[in-house]
Design a protein around this ligand. Structure first.
Ligand code: DX5
Ligand code: ZN
Length: 214
């Protein structure tokens, strides 16, 4: 089965966001990954609602929003109304994961739940029925361009096995340090949605880069 490729816009030239989105589309990228950081849940601040509004006007591509923010439930409806097709929030930032996943689905968006590298796989098991996607962070969230953490690979297999045992079809997304070498490792472990920022936007020939990841 061929993987879904989501290009992390954090790695692009943000002054030319619309053109970079078009470059990704022409290269055969499937989704645009939109990283929202609040300076609290993670130690960085990126972009938020007004930029999403402009991006959504500039592209027809599916937008995959990754919320690295506290109190994600407060912002779900606004992100969806401004163009998010999928919204993923962090388990560690949520007081009510089931309520937040159901809220996302009720907004007609794909519901995702993310875990940091040190959060065990079993921590998401209670929520698998409510989720369309599980995001296993393969770096500490907050910055692009970091090195892949190999200790996260076992969690991908554990979650894939649990999904299969319960006959669930949620996607497993990985994010952080993805390049052709690490892509091979995470795909073998059971990931089917690969996020890449630095590798894709840093490549001269993005089309070739996309096929190397797939
Ligand atoms: C990190 C972000 C990632 C990041 C990935 O907190 O969630 O999406 O942009 O970037 P690379 O591919 O450079 O590791
Ligand atoms: Zn991300």
């Amino acid at each position: 089965m061929s993987s879904i490729i989501s290009a992390s816009l954090l790695g692009c030239d943000l002054a030319r966001l619309g053109e970079e989105a078009e470059r990704a589309r022409l290269a055969g990228v499937d989704w645009l990954h939109y990283d929202v950081m609040d300076g609290n849940f993670v130690d960085n601040i990126s972009f938020g609602l007004p930029v999403l509004y402009s991006l959504n006007k500039a592209t027809d591509m599916p937008i995959d929003v990754h919320l690295m923010i506290n109190s994600p439930e407060k912002y779900v409806e606004r992100f969806v109304s401004l163009g998010a097709d999928r919204v993923c929030f962090h388990l560690e930032a949520s007081k009510d994961p089931v309520g937040t996943l159901d809220l996302i689905r009720n907004c007609n968006a794909g519901a995702g739940i993310a875990i940091r590298p040190h959060t065990p796989a079993e921590a998401v098991f209670p929520y698998l029925e409510h989720a369309d996607m599980i995001l296993v962070m393969t770096v500490e969230p907050g910055f692009g361009g970091q090195e892949f953490i190999p200790e996260t690979v076992g969690k991908i297999s554990e979650i894939r096995e649990e999904l299969e045992r319960r006959s669930l079809s949620a996607h497993i997304q990985v994010d952080g340090g993805i390049n052709p070498q690490t892509a091979e490792i995470v795909k073998n472990a059971g990931a089917d949605v690969l996020v890449a920022g630095t590798y894709l936007f840093g490549s001269e020939d993005m089309k070739a880069a996309v096929s190397r990841l797939r």
